[in-house]
Write a protein that binds this ligand. Structure first.
Ligand code: ZN
Length: 186
């Protein structure tokens, strides 16, 4: 059994998180190794999803586990969405900040697995949320950018103040509804 190998998770302010990742053009042993290491990294960080740019790799793939074992999605595309859902999200790249964000409730995503087989999944609730959040990472979009203007300004202020070492507890409480979620970061 190969030893566990993890990456450090890139965090807010790292330019790699703002870049658009490139399509995977070859599914080979090196990619399988990357996926293994991303899964290890996701578990080490106690996350439920992790996109390649979050570990500094500019490739369009992400791993996830919402309680049914690790899965990978290569070159994913969300081909259809429906509904609307306000839900709190946490991002491994923006640690300890939950944001209430409105996104579609249901998504239909297509991509490829490590064998090159086509994958097509319709998901809602948390899994649907994970898919949208991770595809955003591949496009260089962080969850903060999915907030309405006023809330985005608040969230950016929290991140700025944190970087300066200020206590942001009061400000943070304005960013989520009263009901707190214990879902893992993605
Ligand atoms: Zn994230």
């Amino acid at each position: 059994m190969a030893g566990m190998s993890t990456y450090s998770v890139r965090t807010y302010g790292d330019p790699v998180l703002k870049q658009v990742a490139r399509d995977v053009d070859q599914i080979d042993g090196a990619l399988a190794r990357l996926v293994d290491d991303m899964v290890d990294t996701m578990y080490a960080a106690v996350g439920a999803g992790l996109a390649a740019p979050q570990v500094g790799v500019q490739k369009r793939l992400f791993v996830y586990d919402v309680g049914e074992g690790p899965e990978v999605m290569i070159n994913p595309a969300i081909v259809e969405t429906a509904g609307e859902w306000y839900h709190e999200e946490g991002c491994l790249s923006i640690p300890d900040l939950r944001l209430g964000i409105v996104r579609p409730m249901e998504v239909h995503i297509r991509g490829y697995d490590l064998d090159g087989g086509e994958v097509s999944i319709e998901a809602d609730e948390f899994l649907g949320r994970v898919f949208q959040h991770e595809v955003d990472h591949l496009d260089g979009v962080l969850m903060v950018e999915r907030l309405e203007d006023d809330m985005r300004k608040q969230a950016l202020r929290v991140l700025r103040d944190r970087a300066l070492g200020f206590d942001t507890t009061a400000l943070e409480s304005t960013l989520v509804s009263a009901s707190s979620s214990d879902e893992r970061e993605i």
